[in-house]
Design a protein around this ligand. Sequence first.
Ligand SMILES: CC(C)(COP(=O)(O)OP(=O)(O)OC[C@H]1O[C@@H](n2cnc3c(N)ncnc32)[C@H](O)[C@@H]1OP(=O)(O)O)[C@@H](O)C(=O)NCCC(=O)NCCS
Length: 162
Amino acid sequence: MEFNGRIRSARPEDAARIAEIWHEGWGDGHVGHVPDELYEYRTGGSFLPRVQARIATTRVAEGDGAILGFTTVDGDEVEQVFVDRSARGTGVALELLRDAEAIIRGSGHRRAWLAVVEGNARARAFYERAGWSDTGPFEYRAEIPGGKVDVPTRRYERDLES
Ligand SMILES: CC(C)(COP(=O)(O)OP(=O)(O)OC[C@H]1O[C@@H](n2cnc3c(N)ncnc32)[C@H](O)[C@@H]1OP(=O)(O)O)[C@@H](O)C(=O)NCCC(=O)NCCS
């Protein structure tokens, strides 16, 4: 299947929809693969302020007037890649990832990286097919109120010059 929509910068009015996709996708990619303590804090309401804080560096995929997925970039890191359930397996995710890579390359970086939860097999298969390499374990301590929890995570990298 091919994605015939477009990728554009996010606008403040997109935040609620992005938060929904993030919330649902976070569950799909992480439940069973991260410490139980984290679920308690990744509630629906916790995503909107995190989306709003990142809106300037968020890109969305839009098809038929609907937002189908998003990425956020932080320096040379692809920080988030999330696609709505209805749009998985359609090529939207790859378009979003290539767009994020182009942004990172455009800001002068030669290599991009991202962190993915070890048990998130679908995401890892997706990144590997997109030319990314698993470079080993990544120490990730998620912040929760009153402390931090260790999340088993892998670091992936891609050379942007090839
Ligand atoms: C990760 C994500 C963006 C990938 O987009 P996608 O459209 O689902 O990706 P694709 O379908 O193109 O590719 C996924 C690959 O995993 C495979 N796959 C599907 N389900 C799988 C599973 N349960 N376990 C392992 N591999 C799986 C697919 O067959 C495909 O590989 P193939 O093309 O070689 O057959 C999307 O699934 C998503 O938003 N997931 C929830 C949020 C998330 O986990 N984001 C990543 C955070 S780091």
